[in-house]
Design a protein around this ligand. Structure first.
Ligand code: NAD
Length: 310
């Protein structure tokens, strides 16, 4: 990664070799954006089809995790859950055992705080810099390069990660120490889950009492009940035209993904002995959503659950 570069680090960036692990719904378009930005990306996944698509998008095929990371200046991973991240980084076939000295690791998966901190501690012990950098924004933001990254790790790791993350996202926040990116992500999404359920209850009650959704929206969005779940993502059809409520509650942000994040938040709350009664209730409601809905529904579809229509 070392070169003279210009004041924006451009020359330095194009010489950066990336090793990308996990080319699913999110990782696939993220790796493609890095390649499109001119970076030298080697990419791997358990799915051959996913690697084929990455190669079509300009990446080099990585046959194994070890081969993918051995020459990389920066390793980026986008995996399903904590167990996958622990294995990919900490097993003998994995990143820590096979990366070149001085490499930077960025894990963008949404995982439990303990796993994030354990993996960063293991990497740090072997002399590597590492940041947890979970994202806000779904497949559309990953494809458009407009993700928000919440980054935990030492300042030096954050500064090194930032120019790479800027190729995949538009807002990059340093949340503090290792694991704090995950903390920011689950606390934000717990708040979002709670506020969405509250918004659904309010719109449903208003309608049952004879107040139509648009009129209630006009009043409440200018009053103290205003929140993002209402004004940007209204769960009642009508007031926000591009909200999933106007598209039969097709995701969007799937209820199952919200459930995953609420489970992570509540697990962390138990360990920290933090009271999250509404977080716990939200998890229970999204578990009902998952049980009731077979084909995938947006998280604002709580509206249908409350109406007995799911
Ligand atoms: P996904 O299941 O589509 O992709 C995960 C990929 O990891 C798969 O292609 C899988 O084959 C690969 N993988 C698993 N184990 C591996 C291993 N040992 N080696 C190599 N590859 C391996 O998941 P996704 O939707 O891309 O989500 C990834 C992460 O991003 C998750 O933690 C998720 O919670 C988070 N996230 C997803 C969204 C979304 O809208 N999909 C939004 C925000 C955050």
């Amino acid at each position: 990664m070392k070169s003279a570069g210009d004041q924006f680090g451009r020359e330095e960036m194009t010489m950066t070799k990336i090793g990308f692990i996990g080319l699913g719904n999110m990782g696939g378009p993220m790796a493609a954006n890095l390649a499109r930005a001119g970076l030298d990306v080697t990419a791997t996944d358990l799915s051959i089809g996913a690697v084929d698509r990455a190669v079509e998008a300009g990446c080099t095929r990585g046959e194994t995790v070890a081969a993918t990371v051995k020459d990389a200046d920066v390793v980026v991973s986008m995996l399903p859950a904590g167990a996958h991240v622990r294995s990919v980084y900490m097993e003998s076939y994995g990143v820590i055992a096979n990366a070149k000295p001085g490499a930077l690791f960025i894990d963008s998966s949404t995982i439990d705080v303990d796993s994030a901190r354990a993996v960063i501690a293991a990497a740090t012990e072997k002399g590597f810099a590492m940041a947890d950098a979970p994202v806000s924004g779904g497949v559309a933001a990953a494809t458009g390069g407009t993700l928000t990254f919440m980054v935990g790790g030492e300042a030096n790791a954050f500064e090194r990660a930032k120019p790479v993350l800027e190729k995949m996202g538009k807002n990059i926040f340093h949340a503090g120490a290792a694991g704090n990116g995950q903390v920011a992500k689950i606390c934000n999404n717990m708040l979002l889950g709670i506020s969405m359920i509250g918004t659904c209850e309010a719109f449903n009650l208003a309608e049952k009492l004879g107040l139509d959704a648009q009129t209630f929206f006009d009043i409440s969005s200018a009053a103290s009940g205003q929140c993002w779940s209402m004004t940007s993502y209204c769960p009642a059809p009508g007031p926000v035209p591009n909200a999933p409520s106007n598209n039969d509650y097709k995701p969007g942000f799937a209820a199952g993904m919200m459930l995953k994040d609420l489970r992570l938040a509540n697990e962390a709350a138990h360990k920290a002995k933090a009271a999250t009664p509404l977080g716990a209730q939200s998890e229970a409601i999204y578990a009902l959503m998952e049980a009731a809905e077979k084909d995938g529904v947006d998280f604002s579809g709580v509206m249908k659950l409350i109406q007995g229509a799911l």
